[in-house]
Design a protein around this ligand. Structure first.
Ligand code: MEV
Length: 342
């Protein structure tokens, strides 16, 4: 049951959509292998309110076309009519853009949730499907991992293999297979991430890694990531922190062999070593962020070590729910420029 009745709401309408961190299986998921992803307790807020003047949709004070934002342009192509609405959107994010923590997906899911809500119900399967199509068209490549996490919340398994107890399916898009989305038990741990300060768009990194997957060694790495992800899901189920940590490090080793790491990510991983069960790059890589499972009681030390190493550290927890309407004023995000410029 993915359709939730919502109380009747008048504008302004404020939506929160979680960001995400991939635990295991990024890049391999683009080839249909399963990835495990968690929705984060940080994300993006999109506020919809009527404009007093005419001239169509504005975002953060600018006419939407002037932003040159491919996610927004694709969303308006799929929901025609919204570009001409005299509506003002304000977007604030608690995540840096192009950081591997799902800010584009959270923006897309928040936007689509706002487009769908006037229908009076939030059908999460439809939210996930529309958001995936938009993100994939905007990037030209990619899987439904980020948008599904933001739509559903919790920890998810996303891959081309059908599984028991699915939340929803996503039909094949372009060269991508159909995907199946199901829930994975959340052990309720605290996590941490650090942004490297190197912004990286997903599309170019996915294309570069795709060329490596087409080699014989790339195929072995793909199989290795699939194995680590399978073992990682079992270790999460057993709540075996040491094994999850070991598998995170193993997944990172395979991702660096694919060329997805970056010297600043390696530096953050070295700084994290004394404080963590394990850590890895998360998301597309090539810059972006690292994710770690801190040793119990070592979170504060880890965050300080990352700050000293020049990272932008975040203490993270899983958001149990997906995108949702919020009441009250727009929270002040750390990254008001999130929507512009990519
Ligand atoms: C991006 O967050 C993760 C990748 O696997 C690309 C995708 O799944 O769309 C690198």
């Amino acid at each position: 049951m993915t359709e939730e009745p919502l109380p009747a709401r008048r504008w302004p309408l404020l939506l929160h959509a979680p960001g995400k961190a991939i635990l295991f299986g990024e890049h391999a998921v683009v080839r249909g292998k399963t990835a495990l992803v968690m929705a984060l307790d940080r994300g993006t807020e999109v506020r919809f309110e009527p404009r007093r003047s005419h001239g169509g949709l504005q975002v953060n004070g600018l006419p939407w076309r002037e932003l040159g934002n491919p996610y927004l342009a694709e969303a308006i192509r799929r929901f025609p009519g919204w570009g001409e609405q005299d509506v003002s959107l304000t977007v604030r994010s608690g995540l840096p853009r192009a950081s591997g923590l799902g800010s584009s997906a959270a923006f897309t899911v928040g936007l689509v949730a706002g487009f769908l809500l006037p229908e009076g119900r939030l059908d999460r399967a439809r939210l996930a499907q529309e958001s995936y199509r938009i993100e994939r068209a905007a990037q030209g490549v990619g899987s439904p991992v980020d948008t599904s996490a933001s739509a559903a919340g919790g920890i998810l398994a996303v891959g081309a293999e059908p599984r028991e107890g699915e939340l929803w399916d996503l039909p094949s898009e372009g060269s991508s297979p159909a995907f199946h989305v199901s829930r994975v038990k959340d052990p309720g741990w605290s996590w941490a991430a650090s942004y490297s300060g190197v912004a990286k768009a997903t599309g170019p990194v996915v294309r570069r890694v795709g060329e490596v997957f087409d080699t014989a060694r790339g195929q072995e790495i793909l199989a290795g990531i699939a194995r680590v992800t399978r073992d990682g899901e079992r270790a999460l189920g057993r709540e075996d922190r040491a094994d999850v940590g070991h598998l995170l490090a193993e997944n990172h080793r395979l991702l660096s062999e694919l060329g997805a790491s970056h010297p600043r990510l390696e530096m953050l991983l070295r700084a994290a070593e004394p404080f963590v069960e394990g850590a890895k790059l998360t998301g597309a890589g090539g810059g972006g962020s690292v994710l770690a499972l801190p040793r119990e009681g070592q979170e504060a030390g880890l965050l300080k070590a990352w700050a000293r190493a020049g990272g932008v550290p975040y203490r993270l927890a899983v958001s149990p729910g997906g995108a949702r309407p919020l009441d009250g004023p727009l929270p002040v995000g750390d990254h008001p420029d999130h929507v512009a410029g990519f």
